[in-house]
Design a binder for this molecule. Sequence first.
Ligand SMILES: [Zn+2]
Length: 663
Amino acid sequence: RERAKLYRLAGVSMVSAQLQSGPNQGRRELWEEAGFSFFGGGALMHVLLQGGNNRSASPNIEDYLVDLRGKRAKGSHPSAYHMRLWCPEAVITPGRYPWNLLMEAARKEIDGGAIMLDADLETHIWSHCFCPDCLAHFFRFSNLEPVELDPLELLRRYPMQWYRFRSEQTRLIYEQLRREFLPKYPHLRIGANTVNTNFEKDLAELKHGICQFGEDGRLLGDSVDFLLADTLTGSLADVVAVDTLRSSTGKEVVAVAGTSYCVGYNACVMAHRRETARMTGDSYGYQQRPQLQKLSMMHMLASGATGLRIQLDEASVVKATQEATHLLSRVEDFYFDGQRRDAKLQVRDCTEGASPWLEDKSRVRGGIWQHYYKRYHGQGQYRVHQLGDEWLLSLFNWDPHQRKHWLLSLPEMPNSNYYLLDVEEQTLWLNDANDSWAAETLKQGLFVEVPAAGYRLLRLSGNKPETSKQISVKYVKPIADQYAWYSGEQIDMESFLENALKRPLEQLERFGDLKEDAGSRVAAADKPVYIPVSLPFTATFDPSQKEIAVTGKLQQDGIYSSGEYWFASLRLPVSNTALKLRLQLSTDLEQKGKLGIILYPDDTFQTLQHLCWGKLPGVDGWLEFDIQSKFLQKPTRLVFYNVARQGEIIIRQLQILPEEQHE
Ligand SMILES: [Zn+2]
């Protein structure tokens, strides 16, 4: 009840059906009585990803995708195709096993009360599916003569057609959901979770950017009612993504405000960054999360988002959200019903002095946010909306540390007198002593300050707004182009494809021949058979000595890490006395090797003791490490790592001795 009350105050109207203490936990009525409705869809993602589930569940071999080598995925290791399993044609064919899974998942969400479903399918474009059904559909859809080609050759010959085709298969997934559920639930709204990257370039006539997955919002047509922009960087790039997604699809866009997603500025990331910053004796601005929440919310809505998805987890962020929704109530008519007129405004950045943020080279401050600030022209971000004869100028500053001074000019305003209201401050800006501004004066321009990690909203209208607060501002005399990032060049599909193929091919190489496993983390490597050492133990570096499991290279003169991360392990018996591990090591000439030795329980990876982690503690003579007896009450494992994964570490001699024998 407290939570519902708080959410109400923050302006929230829908909550996730899967919310903690939410409608799914027997509290549906409570939330409904408080006036909330529910959204869902997370389960749909899990159906298509099938991570950790039984990867041989369907008896029909044709339900499984065919990979780049032409093999079916049945029983495959989850990492082979980044958790994907099903042939898309099987997903879109009523009655097939994966189709049933999808419909069951959606039904569960709807039964849970969800009236909006958004599916984050993230179906891979390039790793599948090359089965006969998919290929036949591909040639039909692309109006191409069917030819027999190996999957890689096919992708390289028809990258753009394949890209379109994979989104077409996704579009048909949404069509199936509509066909199945809309007749019974006409108010259900179905959306796709998607986003493009590289907005500065065009993909053929599709305009801004390219989608990393087979779910390009521009190709989904009427199969979706809205797009949920998968904006997760917490930076200006998110806003540009929403702006271009909205303009290039015409779809309604629900955006994830920058402090909410799994990456970006979310509470966990921020807590970590704040801690790291504190250790260097500086806050680096990470206390600004509430300001960034407001900035992101306002900028997203000014850029065409019609809804926002937020996560409320810190009191300061709840308060900021509340303030932003309150402010939004004063400008929403402009954002939702007004016409975008960005070209009518000219902005010159006249800020003096360099930005301390842009000068900063430390990683702790979040290089990715800086990167996007520079790439998407953070130095002059504004949106202009016209509603009737009123205008709203929304100015946004993503620099977290520097207040900006901008010169605004409006060269083409109809000849009239305008009142200028700062919407948040509710202050009338006077032109020296006059309370209104002539079009000619607005053409010459006026100086405006925009707070760091903040915004300023100015309304221009012919009628004098009701406010008692007035301030006098000076107007004065390079023009910033907020779209200077846009090149209009074409995306190079061939190099995009080669890049995109790297990961699936690497996954195939590493995991393609492994079978599904009960989810053990060591399944990726060959699971060694452990035989506990008997004490005292001396390594002989002979393959007949089975106690040492080597994933690096076993030679007569030692164990070589040979490019492996964990390169050797051995099992210790239960012991009532402490043990001493004695090692003689050598490393390559550059001494890049860093040694790690960790003691684990025999059956998990919960660290019992770090014996060593980092640069080699010298390579001459014997190294000795003590293993405390309190950790040895149960069977344990010692694992040897090459921490830096570079250079070579060689174990030349290895002994394990009970403490008293060593003495
Ligand atoms: Zn297929």
